[in-house]
Design a protein around this ligand. Structure first.
Ligand code: COA
Ligand code: MG
Length: 292
């Protein structure tokens, strides 16, 4: 089984906010997105770019996954952002407003030309109407020798802006797009990270939306405030009951009398080999979280 990198909590930090960049070093977040795009005003773009490159090069973020969100491909900042990101050598570069697989490939070729290390991954914001229609095409551009596409980040605010769909509790107006991206991502081994919850003081609403994303099959959630970290980490971690149950299924299939069987009974429930595979994944995820 491929090693699992937990991405339960993915915190945006405006690249222009020095205080936030410093604070990120002590927060319990699986990943940090150093943002150069939406969270940074146009006249702060150069400053933010320099500050982010310096912060990542200086290090001090432990084993948190470090991601730089550059400005969009068709903006005046993109080339400089990409150059700075290649120099900073983060774990990944998040490209906003991706709408086709060829855009992923273009960015990959640019990174190769810039001499970026091949291990620097790509992440894609899924936030345009075309991306919803071409999610498979984007995901199919994921596997590659270098700059692999590793994660989709749902850009629900931009989706609402571009489509007119409203973000309601339960997100019915967006549900088909969220699920389409989960299916596309899973088909090509790409993680899916849910969009942000803007009303960051509403703890109940936030937790419900975390659970919703988890139940849709997502790996974690993008966050805007440190107060959202603990609930997101909790919801996207396998519960201790789930881990116990998984271990029980694995142990049951290992019993000599169950060798060669496709379906058995555990605690009165039918369990198939596919459940044993799921159980192994649950345990591997719990182990990966434990070792953070
Ligand atoms: N990352 C790291 N630290 C953060 C943070 C973040 N995203 N958001 C807040 N903090 C820190 C603050 O610096 C402050 O730290 P301090 O008390 O040690 O100085 C502490 O958390 C409490 O912050 P608070 O006063 O409650 O929030 P605020 O009013 O300063 O800011 C927001 C509220 C929403 C503007 C801010 O959280 C933010 O900028 N979030 C990210 C927005 C973003 O990146 N959007 C783009 C993607 S959608
Ligand atoms: Mg956006």
């Amino acid at each position: 089984m491929a090693t699992i990198r937990p991405r339960r909590s993915v915190l945006y930090m405006p690249g222009s906010k020095e205080r936030a960049l410093e604070k990120g070093k002590e927060l319990q977040t699986d990943a940090i997105i150093f943002d150069l795009e939406d969270a940074v005003a146009p006249d702060m773009k150069d400053m933010a770019r320099q500050q982010v490159q310096a912060a990542i090069s200086a290090g001090g973020y432990g084993n948190r996954e470090l991601v730089i969100r550059v400005n969009g491909i068709d903006t005046p900042w993109f080339e400089e952002d990409l150059k700075a990101a290649a120099n900073a050598n983060p774990d990944a570069i998040l490209v906003p407003k991706v709408s086709s697989g060829s855009e992923v490939e273009d960015v990959r070729q640019k990174l190769i030309a810039l001499g970026a290390k091949p291990e620097v991954d790509l992440w894609a914001m899924m936030e345009t109407p075309l991306a919803m229609l071409q999610a498979k095409d984007i995901a199919a551009a994921g596997p590659a020798e270098s700059h692999r596409l590793r994660a989709f980040v749902m850009g629900t605010n931009d989706l609402a802006k571009e489509t007119g769909a409203v973000i309601t509790p339960g997100r019915l107006p967006m549900l088909s797009w969220l699920s389409t991206c989960v299916a596309a991502g899973r088909a090509y081994g790409i993680d899916i990270i849910d969009g942000v919850y803007n009303d960051f003081k509403n703890e109940d609403g936030f937790k419900k939306e975390c659970e919703e994303g988890r139940d849709l099959g997502m790996d974690g959630k993008t966050l805007i405030h440190p107060a959202q970290l603990a609930p997101s980490n909790e919801v996207f971690s396998p519960s201790s009951e789930a881990v116990d149950w998984a271990r029980k299924i694995i142990a049951a299939f290992e019993q000599p009398e169950n060798q060669g069987k496709g379906a058995i009974t555990v605690d009165g429930k039918m369990v198939e080999l596919l459940h044993a595979e799921m159980a192994k994944r649950t345990v591997a995820k719990a182990d990966a979280i434990e070792s953070l």
